[in-house]
Ligand binder design. Structure first.
Ligand SMILES: Cc1cc2nc3c(=O)[nH]c(=O)nc-3n(C[C@H](O)[C@H](O)[C@H](O)COP(=O)(O)O)c2cc1C
Length: 254
């Protein structure tokens, strides 16, 4: 027995358990504004990060750290950064229906996810700065990124299981944002702020967003070319459908 878990018992057809799991998976929905008066109990934060802790990761490196932010002043500063970033993207004419980040300032639950990319060394890399080394390094970084996403997803599902609406924010990738936000949270320069997870009771009922149908995303044995989308079809989706499916009524500026 490891970490309170014993080997799974047969049979492998636990449909009822699957359905209970899918209830949580289906009910996970994004909200960008929450009931600001609600206080998330400490144990809920711990339950959520406990789910994240069990995630798989390349080389079992577990290259993540979760900072639970409870200080309203820090939430305000984080949120303000995103509000400003949103306006900058609009001013720069970036073709992206950026959402309103105001709700981050008062999100009852706010967890900053920190990644440690120094773990690239845990994967096959040459370490000599050559082109080949770069190729392996990029692959190692992708592995680490996927690992943190796997862990983050477990946290989101745990929050959804508790009944909260969730909000996954990644808009902090740029080095400039890293430099601005690390000191706010006391994060060493070696580490990267990779995601912010907000959660809480939604201010208004969340809605289920468009999801592709099962047969659209699935092939058997070989990639089914009937499902292949051309560049023109993707451009058309970005132009016509993306604004509608992404944000509905949340992309307005106010
Ligand atoms: C990797 C990832 C990055 C995301 N980044 C952002 C973000 O920076 N800002 C934001 O408002 N929403 C972000 N989202 C939320 C998506 O817009 C949302 O999940 C999507 O529209 C589907 O809606 P749903 O979560 O209700 O299924 C992100 C989601 C994921 C998984």
């Amino acid at each position: 027995m490891v970490d309170g878990v014993s080997a799974a018992a047969e049979p492998f057809d636990e449909v009822e358990r699957y359905e209970r799991f899918m209830e949580v998976v289906r009910a996970r929905m994004t909200s960008r504004e929450f009931d600001a008066s609600y206080v998330v109990p400490r144990e809920h934060h711990e339950m959520i990060v406990e789910a994240a802790r069990h995630a798989p990761s390349g080389a079992d490196a577990q290259p993540w750290h979760y900072i639970v932010v409870t200080d309203p002043a820090v939430k305000e500063q984080l949120g303000e950064h995103f509000v400003r970033e949103r306006y900058r993207r609009i001013e720069l004419g970036m073709n992206f229906p950026s959402p309103n980040y105001r709700g981050m300032k008062t999100a009852p639950g706010l967890i900053v996810i920190v990644a440690d990319f120094r773990y690239v060394k845990a994967f096959p890399v040459l370490g000599d700065g050559s082109e080949l080394d770069l190729m392996y390094r990029q692959n190692a970084e992708r592995i680490l990124l996927q690992s943190v996403a796997a862990s983050t997803m477990a946290a989101h599902l745990a929050a959804a299981a508790l009944g909260y609406a969730v909000w996954w924010v990644t808009a902090i990738g740029q080095e400039e944002a890293q430099r601005a936000l690390r000191p706010l949270l006391g994060v060493p320069d070696e580490l990267s702020l990779i995601d912010i997870m907000c959660f809480g009771p939604p201010k208004k009922p969340p809605y289920k967003r468009w999801k592709k149908q099962l047969d659209e995303i699935m092939s058997w044995d070989r990639y089914d070319l009937a499902k292949f989308r051309t560049d023109a079809q993707i451009d058309e989706w970005i132009e016509k459908d993306r604004p509608r499916v992404m944000y509905r009524d949340e992309s307005r500026i106010d």
